[in-house]
Ligand binder design. Structure first.
Ligand code: FPP
Length: 248
């Protein structure tokens, strides 16, 4: 087994996942350990977003999905929710040129209509601007919940069936997949979760069916390029079988 250094040239990786999804956890604990307000942890976490975005491009990961705000996160104190929305806004202003220069397209998934109007407008504008010329895709899961996404897909399918547009007997896994938020995006092959929790937390339950899971104790604000490459190395050392015969 190769040494997991995180310092390797990414060109050494035989198998780079096309899509990596990340649960960015531990911002609050990072801040608490330093006697700082939770928002400071989120601010530092936004720096990790930038670092990982660059690292993903370097490694030629085409799609990166980040769990930035869950449907459950709305119950956090008003001040923290507002702080996170502000951070998102600042992130878009500050990294707009980064996204354009690096040919990274922004997309979103979730209940976007629940976000503050100003944030929605900014997202829409940036999505449009970055869609013109791109090689990589950053997907932000915002007010996202996977069960809700699947329920919405079921509702859309049921509506079509009721309208006689679709035969219920013809509904397959593919039909469901085609009614999720971003049907054209390939499923993630790797899901990273920071800060040690061994849970999926209602994140991409359908799409992660065959993904390799990688959990690190590192808090998200400390998760940068080196840690991202370590995750890619670990992914390379796994034998992926998809329920079939071992392929290596
Ligand atoms: C989890 O840490 C993190 C979040 C709920 C939000 C993630 C947000 C960012 C990284 C900042 C900005 C993002 C973008 C895209 C600009 P936690 O608060 O649950 O940490 P804890 O479990 O230690 O309390």
């Amino acid at each position: 087994m190769n040494e997991v250094s995180g310092k390797l040239e990414t060109s050494q990786l035989a198998n780079v996942p096309e899509h990596v999804a990340i649960i960015m956890d531990g911002n609050g604990r990072w801040a608490k350990e330093r006697g700082l307000p939770r928002l400071k942890g989120h601010e530092e976490g936004a720096q990790s977003v930038r670092a990982v975005l660059r690292a993903a491009k370097k490694a030629q990961v085409n799609y990166l999905t980040l769990y930035a705000f869950s449907t459950e996160n709305w119950v956090r104190p008003e001040e923290e929710v507002q702080g996170l929305m502000n951070l998102l806004s600042i992130f878009m202003d500050r990294y707009k040129n980064d996204l354009l220069k690096n040919k990274i397209r922004l997309r979103v998934m979730g209940q976007i209509e629940r976000l503050p109007q100003k944030v929605q407008k900014k997202l829409a504008k940036l999505m449009e601007e970055t869609a013109r010329d791109y090689e990589y895709t950053l997907i932000l899961a915002l007010s996202y919940g996977s069960r809700l996404e699947i329920a919405e897909a079921a509702k859309a399918i049921a509506r079509k069936a009721a309208a006689g547009e679709l035969d219920p007997e013809a509904v397959t896994e593919e039909t469901v997949a085609q009614h999720l938020y971003l049907p054209d995006v390939p499923d993630p092959e790797l899901m990273i979760r920071t800060s040690g929790e061994l849970r999926l937390s209602n994140f991409l339950l359908w799409q992660l069916s065959y993904a390799e899971l990688y959990v690190t104790d590192t808090y998200w604000p400390d998760f940068r390029e080196e840690q991202f490459f370590q995750a890619l190395e670990a992914f390379n050392q796994r034998g992926r079988r998809y329920g079939g015969v071992k392929n290596k």
